[in-house]
Write a protein that binds this ligand. Sequence first.
Ligand SMILES: NC(=O)C1=CN([C@@H]2O[C@H](COP(=O)(O)OP(=O)(O)OC[C@H]3O[C@@H](n4cnc5c(N)ncnc54)[C@H](O)[C@@H]3O)[C@@H](O)[C@H]2O)C=CC1
Ligand SMILES: O=C(CO)COP(=O)(O)O
Length: 317
Amino acid sequence: MSIAVLGAGAFGTALAISLAQNGPVILWARDPGDMAHLRENRARLPGCRFPDGLSVTGDLPDAAAADILLIAVPMQKLRAFLSDHAKHFADKTLVACCKGIELESGLGPVAVMSEVLPTATPAILTGPSFATDIARGLPTALTLACAEDKKGLRLQQSLTTPNLRIYRTTDTIGAELGGALKNVIAIACGAAMGAGLGESARAALMTRGYAEMQRLAARLHADPRTLSGLSGFGDLSLTCTSTQSRNYRLGLSIGKGEGFDPAVTVEGAATALAVDALARKLGLDLPITAAVAGLVENRLDVKSAMENLLSRPLKEE
Ligand SMILES: NC(=O)C1=CN([C@@H]2O[C@H](COP(=O)(O)OP(=O)(O)OC[C@H]3O[C@@H](n4cnc5c(N)ncnc54)[C@H](O)[C@@H]3O)[C@@H](O)[C@H]2O)C=CC1
Ligand SMILES: O=C(CO)COP(=O)(O)O
């Protein structure tokens, strides 16, 4: 099965580097620049050399001729990207590699792919993994979710590499929610740490944040086991505790009252707003998500957000 990765950011490039251990892989970039010549993506993954099996192209139809297409553009750009190139994707197997919930629709990546390209086979690859770790060949485990189990099995086999261990599920809703929601909680944890509230506060936010993830997932009929796996608990643990995470770093900046480069991809910011709106529509109580939405929109500061959380009525766990 031939593979192309569409989107040459940090994650797309890292996946292409890892997959090229198995055979030829095409990496499509909107602006390939001198990546093919340098054999490196200096802007996003400096120091990670491209293996021989990785070829770079700026020609989308050429890349889209591959059997499996990994789509590694940010969540809020996904719909426009798919629509712009729909004629090349119609009957393809598409694996979303982004994490988030679309602001306008409240949908995750698999649902957006199904809506835009109803004849394609959608799947998602998600879980705890920093791009630099994957590119450096460090051991990483991810979840591949595809509603059609036979196709999921083929994807699992094709995308496993010596350092990338892939687990499989048919629960696409749980997988996409886990990856999307953990980023929101990571912003909350970063904000608490940045404001000097301490590690106990972070543990409380992670645990109660996880309860919010489970609450929304149950309402949207996800399998709770998916949330306790790599895409949920696994990625939550990684993202809420590492300064490698951009979501956690945004939170740290908010907590310290510092600015943050708006050009950096931070999926949890838009996702917090999308999930907060979705929760209100569904009548669900997601107080940490609501607090993060207030923080990223500058409606709240960390002190008031924490006071709001601590002054809520006492309840059973
Ligand atoms: N960086 C990481 O460690 C990980 C990232 N992810 C996810 O991967 C997704 C992408 O993130 P990164 O690669 O890290 O971001 P990035 O900021 O490094 O790269 C985003 C890439 O998307 C491209 N892009 C944006 N809009 C586009 C469009 N309309 N058409 C074509 N290309 C477009 C940009 O040119 C850029 O190369 C996010 O959803 C993120 O949550 C998932 C796991 C790990
Ligand atoms: O998704 C990730 C780790 O699994 C990457 O996290 P950030 O997008 O916060 O950098």
